[in-house]
Design a binder for this molecule. Structure first.
Ligand SMILES: *Cc1c(COP(=O)(O)O)cnc(C)c1O
Length: 412
C-alpha cells in the first residue's frame, strides 16, 4: 500500500546488511523483539499503571506490563521497575524529578569526558532545570575516586551521577556509594546516588560487571543498546519510597499513554537477556572489542584500551587526522563509527581527536575474534595512508559483512 516507505525500509536493510556497524550505542534486536514491537498492543490506550488505569479494556495489557516488570526485576535483581519511559532521556528526566527539586545540584562527569546530553548539557532540559557541577577523569583517562570524593565535599550536590556514553572501563559503583555515604554521614546531608547504565545494561544483565542496582538509589537505562531490546528506557530502584515518586514522575508528569507494544518488546528482550546464550553473546562482545583494540595497538595506534563493549581511538596521535575526517573516511568504505572527544582533547566537539568504536552490534551478527582483528586492520588501512585504495578496502568490508547473518532474520 505504501511503496515509498517500503522502499526506504528495503534500502535501510540493505545499508545495514552491507556495512560494518561499530557505533557503540547501536545494536540489532532479535526478530522476536521486532515482531513484538510491531504487535497490536500499539492500538491500546493504557494511561496509568497495571490495576490503576484511566481506561477500560486494560486487563490484558495489565498482564503484559506486569510480566515485563517481573522479568525486568528478576534480570537486574531489583525490587521495583518502571518500564514505561519512551527513551533513556525520558527516563533521566523522570528519575531526576523523583529525587530533586528544580535548581538542586547534580555532580556529574565532565561532558567532554564521556557524559550524556542529559547529564548537564546546556542544550538539554537537564542544565536548564538543575544546577550542575562536574568531576573530571584522572590523568590516565580513568575515573579518579579521590577527585570525586573531593568534589562532593566541595560542591555539596543533592545527587551524584555515574554511568556514561563513552567510557571504556569498569566503574566501581561500590566505591561511589561509599563516598556518598561518607559525605552524608559527615555533613548530615541526604545526597542521592544515581547510575545511568544506558551503555552497559547488557553487561550488567550478563553479570560481567558490578550491578549498579546493588549500590545506587535509582538506576536508569535505555533498552536498545547493549541490552538488544527495542528503542526505549526504564527506571529501577530498591527504595519503596522512591518507586512511587518515579511512577508519578513518568506518568502523569512527563509522559502520556505508555507504548504497550514497546513494553511487549522489552519483555521479550528481558527474557532473552536472562539466558545462558546472552551471557555467551556478551563474552564475545568483550572479546571482540578487546581484539580489535589490541590489533590497532599492535599496528602502532593509540587506543584507550577497553574493559567493556567500546574503546576510543586517538586518530590525531595514530594517523594525524581528526575524528570527523576519520568518521567520513570510514563511512566511505562502509564502516560506521562516530567522532568522539577523547580524554584531554584539544579540538572542538565538531572535529574531535578521535572516534568511538563498539562491538555490540557486529557481535550480534556473528562477528568472530579473528574478524574483529581484521576490522582493526581495515580501520588501519583506511586511515593510515593519505591516499588509501578505498575501493579495495570497501570490497573487503562488503565481503566480511556479507558473510554475517541477515539483520532481518537475527535471533538473539
Ligand atoms: C544513549 C544514552 C542516553 C539516552 O538515550 P535515548 O534513548 O537516546 O534518549 C542516556 N544516557 C546515556 C549515558 C546514554 O548513553
Amino acid at each position: 500500500m505504501d511503496k515509498e516507505i517500503f522502499e526506504l525500509e528495503r534500502r535501510e536493510l540493505e545499508r545495514q546488511n552491507g556495512g560494518i556497524e561499530l557505533i557503540a550505542s547501536e545494536n540489532y534486536p532479535s526478530k522476536s523483539v521486532r515482531l513484538a514491537a510491531g504487535s497490536i498492543f500499539t492500538a491500546k490506550y493504557a494511561e496509568g499503571y497495571p490495576g490503576r488505569r484511566y481506561y477500560g479494556g486494560c486487563e490484558i495489557v495489565d498482564e503484559l506490563e506486569n510480566l515485563a516488570i517481573e522479568r525486568c526485576k528478576a534480570l537486574f535483581g531489583v525490587a521495583f521497575a518502571n518500564v514505561q519511559p519512551h527513551s533513556g532521556s525520558q527516563a533521566n528526566f523522570a528519575a531526576y524529578r523523583s529525587m530533586l527539586n528544580a535548581g538542586d545540584k547534580i555532580l556529574s562527569l565532565t561532558l567532554n569526558d564521556g557524559g550524556h546530553l542529559t547529564h548537564g548539557s546546556s542544550v538539554s532540559f537537564s542544565a536548564n532545570t538543575y544546577a550542575f557541577a562536574f568531576y573530571p577523569l584522572g590523568e590516565d583517562g580513568r575515573l579518579d575516586y579521590g577527585i570525586i570524593r573531593e568534589k562532593i565535599f566541595e560542591e555539596k550536590p543533592k545527587l551524584l551521577l555515574a554511568g556514561y556514553s563513552a567510557y571504556p572501563f569498569d566503574i566501581d559503583f561500590a566505591k561511589m556509594r561509599a563516598i556518598v555515604d561518607e559525605y552524608n554521614a559527615a555533613t548530615g546531608s541526604s545526597c542521592f546516588f544515581m547510575v545511568d547504565m544506558a551503555h552497559i545494561a547488557g553487561q550488567v544483565a550478563a553479570k560481567k560487571c558490578q550491578n549498579p542496582c546493588d549500590y545506587a538509589d535509582v538506576v536508569t537505562s535505555t533498552t536498545h543498546k547493549t541490552l538488544r531490546g527495542p528503542r526505549g528506557g526504564l527506571i529501577l530502584t530498591n527504595r519503596a519510597d522512591l518507586a512511587k515518586k518515579i511512577d508519578s514522575a513518568v506518568f502523569p508528569y512527563s509522559q502520556g499513554g505508555p507504548l504497550e507494544h514497546i513494553i511487549a518488546a522489552k519483555a521479550v528482550a528481558f527474557k532473552e537477556a536472562s539466558t545462558e546464550g546472552f551471557k555467551k553473546y556478551y563474552d564475545h562482545v568483550l572479546e571482540n572489542t578487546k581484539a580489535c583494540s589490541d590489533e590497532l595497538v599492535r599496528l602502532g595506534c593509540k587506543s584507550s584500551g577497553t574493559e567493556n563493549h567500546l574503546f576510543l581511538l586517538d586518530t590525531i596521535a595514530s594517523f594525524g587526522i581528526n575524528g570527523l575526517e576519520a568518521q567520513t573516511r570510514l563511512g566511505q568504505v562502509g564502516i560506521t563509527v562516530n567522532k568522539n572527544m577523547i580524554h584531554g582533547d584539544q579540538l572542538s566537539p565538531k572535529y574531535t581527536s578521535g572516534i568511538r568504536v563498539g562491538f555490540a552490534a557486529a557481535t550480534s551478527r556473528g562477528c568472530t575474534k579473528e574478524q574483529a582483528e581484521e576490522i582493526g586492520r581495515l580501520i588501519y588501512d583506511a586511515l593510515s595512508s593519505p591516499n588509501p585504495d578505498l575501493d579495495a578496502i570497501k570490497e573487503r568490508v562488503s565481503h566480511l559483512a556479507g558473510s554475517w547473518l541477515n539483520i532481518a532474520e537475527l535471533e538473539y
